[in-house]
Ligand binder design. Structure first.
Ligand SMILES: Nc1ncnc2c1ncn2[C@@H]1O[C@H](COP(=O)(O)OP(=O)(O)OP(=O)(O)O)[C@@H](O)[C@H]1O
Ligand SMILES: [Mg+2]
Length: 399
């Protein structure tokens, strides 16, 4: 083995050992993430869409079991209690059973713009609010997979992986078999695996064969998702930061697009290129027999520090140019998010790392951003839609 390969392998082994040590501190001894979430009466009521008084009344009337109590008498609910409340009170926030899941691609070709952070946090937000979610990690870097506590290396001997499914040499057709459980009862994941990069190469090789092989290669993910499209409310796709066959599969499978763009000049500029390339690629997909029509396209400012030089101007510029397509609230850059993700968690899963008020501000900010995306998603279900896409005209671009 050459010096270079030897050195790289040694460094890999050392990093893997360190990662395992960090995980053994963060997670419980059995090395799996354990969710330990509790909610006071006000938070629980808000999450199920009722007032605390309405819950108290239902408890009094025996329609709900009373909440658990701490030694000091404080009442609290668990995640499971929220599910039981929704069932008992017939609260069903998701789609009708015969409707399709909305498939949201959190897409931008630029690296490090917050795609995986948004995907993980949005999945947890949706689960907390009673939606069932499938996350599909289409990035060989596997950040989102790790955040959901699955080690991509653990799938190395598994045949039923996303990479194997997407490959033209696929040995199985039931996409359901690639789905794994997570610590969240209502979030499932199709993890990224080490073979995903190989699948990208195999798919790219179809270009040599052309015609039908390319058409099939572009639709693999879409076909897989079709098999489970009624089983979830929302399917989130986290693509790699590049436009190869994996990225094209994501674009072909999506029915809604969320584009994270930090309030930084270089990211803003590269997103112009991204939008143009997306339009070109959709034309390529359509020429190859894969019609693409997103129910919504929204840009989200994914990290914003108003006090940082230039960022307030960038935010104004984004408002002027993306107009109605920009979510009205930016995601604020936050140490809470950074610290939580370093511990393989979202802020919805972690306790405050600093003052409680700072944590709450961060959480309120994310809640209001994700609530806007959720409204777009709900509009896609005829049973939930309150209006149609009337407001989607860009009115102020270049005005
Ligand atoms: N709002 C935020 N506040 C603070 N840190 C953030 C925020 N959003 C993202 N980050 C941090 O920025 C880094 C990059 O984010 P992330 O991995 O989500 O980007 P990505 O677009 O998925 O990257 P890649 O293209 O490599 O997949 C991470 O360290 C993440 O913790
Ligand atoms: Mg990522």
């Amino acid at each position: 083995m050459s010096y270079t390969v030897n050195t790289l392998r040694t460094m890999t082994r050392s990093c893997e050992m360190m990662r395992d040590r960090v995980k053994s501190v963060v997670f419980k001894p059995e090395d799996r993430k354990v969710l330990d979430l509790t909610f006071g009466p006000t938070a629980a009521a808000e999450l199920v869409g009722r007032t605390p008084e309405a819950l108290a009344k239902a408890e009094k009337e025996g329609r709900l079991s009373p909440p658990k109590q701490l030694g000091n008498g404080r009442r609290y609910y668990t995640l499971e209690d929220l599910t039981n409340i929704r069932e008992a009170l017939h609260i069903h926030p998701g789609k009708a059973s015969d409707e399709d899941a909305v498939v949201v691609a959190v897409q931008n070709f630029k690296g490090g713009v917050g795609k995986s952070t948004v995907t993980k946090h949005f999945a947890d937000y949706l689960a907390l609010h009673g939606y069932s979610v499938l996350v599909i990690d289409c990035d060989p870097q596997a950040s989102t997979t790790t955040m959901f506590d699955i080690q991509p290396e653990s799938l190395i001997d598994e045949e039923k992986t996303l990479g194997n499914f997407l490959s033209p040499r696929s040995t199985f057709d039931d996409f359901r078999q690639a789905i794994h459980a997570t610590a969240w009862p209502t979030i499932k994941i199709v993890p990224s695996s080490l073979g995903l990069q190989d699948a990208e190469w195999d798919l790219t090789a179809t270009l040599r064969e052309g015609g039908q092989a390319v058409r099939e290669g572009l639709q693999r993910l879409r076909i897989g998702i079709q098999g489970v499209i009624k089983d979830f409310d929302v399917i989130l796709l986290d693509p790699p930061p590049a436009m190869g066959f994996l990225g094209l599969n994501v674009m072909a499978a999506a029915t809604g697009l969320l584009v994270p763009v930090p309030a930084r000049q270089l990211d803003y500029l590269s997103t112009i290129h991204f939008m143009d390339t997306i339009a070109d690629n959709i034309e390529i997909l359509e020429e190859n027999g894969t019609p693409v029509d997103y129910g919504f396209i929204r840009v989200v400012c994914s990290t914003y520090t108003p006090s940082k030089p230039g960022e307030a101007d960038m935010w104004k510029m984004m408002q002027a140019t993306y107009a109605n397509f920009l979510l009205s609230q930016p995601i604020l850059a936050s140490e809470e998010i950074k610290n939580a993700t370093q511990a393989f968690r979202s802020i919805y899963e972690s306790k405050p790392s600093a003052a409680h008020a700072t944590y709450q501000r961060c959480r309120d900010n994310l809640d209001s951003v994700f609530n806007e995306v959720l409204q777009q998603i709900r509009e896609q279900w005829p049973s939930q839609s309150i209006s149609k896409r009337a407001n989607d005209a860009v009115t102020s671009v270049a005005a």
